[in-house]
Design a protein around this ligand. Structure first.
Ligand SMILES: [Ca+2]
Length: 375
């Protein structure tokens, strides 16, 4: 028998060697042991390296996909956080601008309590103010802040449409409360002046008024709104924003853009309709106050308003002629409601805050409504 060093485990006397790899080299009685078949089932060194390479490539690809996704998610998360923080910061700058505006409006009231005109400091355009870091006020600005005030009483208050006024019977006797016909007529004229159909006035009134009875000839209540796709209910409540006009079926954004500079949605009081400030109202709004009132073109107004209130109360009353008595409470020369538009830029974040401000008696200013991005 011939043994190599490992062949000690091989059996003696011709009995088969154990399937130990080293025993393969053992020979029994000079006959070489044949390797068992199962060893041939494994691929050779070349095949093994091919599979390993594919597995390695797949692992690398998976790791790359995972790493890219994590990086991308991390980047989005970071950007989102920066946006949220900047919006939060911008809101506080916006409230700072409100305080500044309140100060300007209060001073304006002290300077001229009965006249709110476009020569007042509140109406002057402002330049963007630089925002500098708190710990380095002299350093590079991190953003800008710009505010602009507009007189909302230079516009037609849509909520006047829903007002109820004491009616008058035949011989001037008082009757039950009725819907104010003058507000409807004024809005109809305003729609005509800006090139829109009059019917929207009746529909807007139905949207605001508390009842569910469609106005005649123009009106729309739940019966119309519940047959829309998707169906919805009529507001039956004062408008919070003039954009509610777009709820009227078919009104649309194009019509809204035409009427938007001349309308507003302000709270109404039991004292009657919100008066129009004739010192600040655009020509279209002044013209809507009575039929055939075309005296005041935008150029005439711009020239006249360089020195203060124009037209003044006396001359406007004269122009109105016999309509003046009927409209006595519907116009004036002082304003209570203003809209502040604050634009804040912080890095790449831009933020617009619209604040509806009420200047009460004594000049105290209160924010009534805030909206972001859309007035
Ligand atoms: Ca209604």
């Amino acid at each position: 028998m011939i043994f190599d060093s490992h062949a000690l485990r091989a059996t003696v006397n011709g009995v088969a060697a154990t399937p130990n790899s080293h025993a393969l080299r053992a020979t029994v009685n000079g006959v070489a042991a044949t390797p068992p078949d199962r060893f041939n089932k494994f691929p050779g060194p070349r095949g093994q390296s091919g599979v390993a390479l594919i597995i390695a490539l797949i692992l690398v690809a998976l790791a790359t996909i995972l790493a890219t996704k994590l990086t991308f998610d991390g980047f989005l998360e970071r950007r989102r956080t920066i946006g949220v923080l900047a919006a939060e910061q911008a809101l506080h700058f916006g409230m700072g601008a409100e305080a500044l505006a309140a100060d300007v409006l209060m001073q304006d009231m002290q300077n001229s309590p009965t006249l709110t005109t476009l020569i007042g400091p509140w109406a002057q355009p402002t330049q963007p103010l630089p925002i500098t870091p708190e710990d380095n006020p002299e350093g590079e600005p991190i953003g800008t802040l710009q505010g602009q005030l507009e007189d909302m009483q230079g516009r037609f208050n849509l909520n006047n449409l829903g007002l109820l006024i004491p009616g008058t019977g035949p011989q001037g006797t008082a009757t039950a409360f009725i819907q104010d016909p003058e507000a409807l007529a004024q809005f109809q004229r305003l729609l005509m002046i800006v090139g829109l159909e009059q019917k929207w006035a009746g529909m807007a009134r139905d949207w605001i008024d508390a009842d569910d009875i469609p106005g005649s000839p123009d009106g729309a209540e739940d019966q119309v709104y519940t047959s829309q796709t998707p169906p919805y209910h009529t507001g039956n409540w004062p408008m919070m924003s003039p954009t509610e006009l777009m709820n009227l079926p078919g009104f649309g954004a194009d019509r809204y853009r035409k009427i938007a500079p001349y309308v507003t949605a302000l709270p109404t009081s039991a004292r009657g309709p919100t008066p129009i400030n004739i010192c600040t109202a655009p020509a279209q709004v002044l013209e809507s106050m009575a039929p055939n009132l075309g005296e005041y073109t935008p150029e005439v107004l711009a020239n006249g308003r360089k020195s203060g209130c124009f037209p003044d109360q006396t001359s406007f009353t004269n122009i109105l002629g016999k309509s003046a008595g009927n409209l006595r409470l519907r116009y004036g020369t002082a304003s209570q409601y203003f809209r502040l538009t604050t634009r804040v830029t912080l890095g790449t974040t831009e933020f617009t805050l619209y604040s509806l401000l009420k200047r009460g008696d004594g000049g105290k200013v209160t924010p009534l409504l805030r909206s972001f991005g859309t007035p």
